[in-house]
Design a binder for this molecule. Structure first.
Ligand code: C2E
Ligand code: MG
Ligand code: MG
Ligand code: MG
Length: 281
């Protein structure tokens, strides 16, 4: 059936696609090959301090550069990687690459924090703590510069159980973020008990900041985060209106196309160096 769609692989791997045995097997084959051929690559998106607009970090975002189909979005292939079990190899690859690259930037004098997305399977893997510890030791990156992101939906689903996992991760000294905040249903009492450092406001809220309802929702999230002593990272800032609003209401870290799109490591290095030259002037 996928072939009848004119070979459009992007459509083929669309997240809403109904999973059946045939397309899972096809994806599994393609992804396995992609991992071997190193067609998977991490891109890095800048995160800046909301007031100084100085670089403070990056989020590592995986890309599948398919030999013939071009770039395929993670929103399309991550859910299917989860379904096939390949997410474990993929997640391990992302974790190691991101930590290795960040250690490199630290050696060049850029003390940035790296945001790494964890899938549900990865989060529940009992080997996760060991993997992170190994990557930290091997690359010599201080754990406080690693920020593990789990989605609000994942965090709140079986929250009691997740608190134990989060505490285990926290004991490594890493930072923890609740990603896509506002898109799921959070229980305030659990949010209060999670040993997390950051809330990442979902891009959907930032997009709505030109509307009055959008503004009051964002203000509510920021006020709540403040009372829970959580740092807020806003995603998807594209214009000055959104930036000004978030600065004014106490959001601490900004991420969005306004500062930079996700980019290859070389381009991200250039961005860091360019920025630091500007500051030195
Ligand atoms: P996310 O973790 O919420 O990542 C933020 C997404 O917003 C990224 O999409 C980023 O490119 C996009 N974005 C950031 N700023 C802007 C903006 O100003 N405008 C617009 N239009 N978009 C913006 P991306 O890279 O397509 O990733 C989608 C999702 O795939 C991520 O959402 C994350 O859930 C997942 N993902 C990406 N890499 C990994 C990975 O290595 N492991 C796992 N488990 N999931 C990943
Ligand atoms: Mg994320
Ligand atoms: Mg997000
Ligand atoms: Mg998102």
């Amino acid at each position: 059936q996928a072939k009848q769609q004119g070979g459009n692989r992007y459509e083929f791997y669309h997240a809403d696609m109904k999973l059946n045995t045939e397309n899972i097997l096809q994806l599994e084959m393609d992804l396995r090959r992609a991992l071997e051929r190193e067609e998977l690559e991490l891109y890095y998106q800048p995160q800046v301090d909301a007031l100084s607009l100085k670089p403070v970090g990056a989020e590592a975002l995986i890309r599948w550069n398919h030999a013939t189909q071009g770039l395929i979005s993670p929103a399309s292939f991550i859910p299917l990687a989860e379904a096939t079990g390949l997410i474990e190899a993929l997640g391990d690859y992302a974790l190691n690459q991101a930590i290795k690259q960040t250690a490199e930037w630290h050696k060049q004098g850029h003390q940035i924090t790296i945001g790494i997305n964890l899938s549900s399977k990865q989060f529940n893997q009992h080997t996760l703590i060991g993997q992170i510890q190994h990557a930290i030791e091997k690359n010599g990156l201080a754990s406080q510069y690693i920020d593990l992101e789990i989605t609000e939906t994942l965090a709140m689903n079986d929250a009691e159980h997740n608190i134990a996992i989060l505490n285990g991760l926290k004991a490594l000294g890493v930072k923890l973020s609740i990603d896509d905040f506002g898109t799921g249903y959070s229980s305030l009492s659990y949010l209060h008990r999670f040993p997390v450092d950051h809330l990442k406001i979902d891009r959907a809220f930032v997009q709505n900041l030109d509307l009055e309802t959008g503004q009051s929702l964002a203000r509510t999230i920021l006020a709540m985060a403040q009372s829970l002593q959580l740092t807020v990272i806003a995603e998807g800032i594209e214009n000055t209106t959104q930036e000004s609003f978030l600065q004014k209401h106490g959001c601490q870290i900004l991420q969005g196309y306004k500062y930079g799109k996700p980019m290859q490591k070389e381009a991200f290095s250039d961005w860091l160096n360019h920025y630091n030259r500007q500051i030195d002037l």
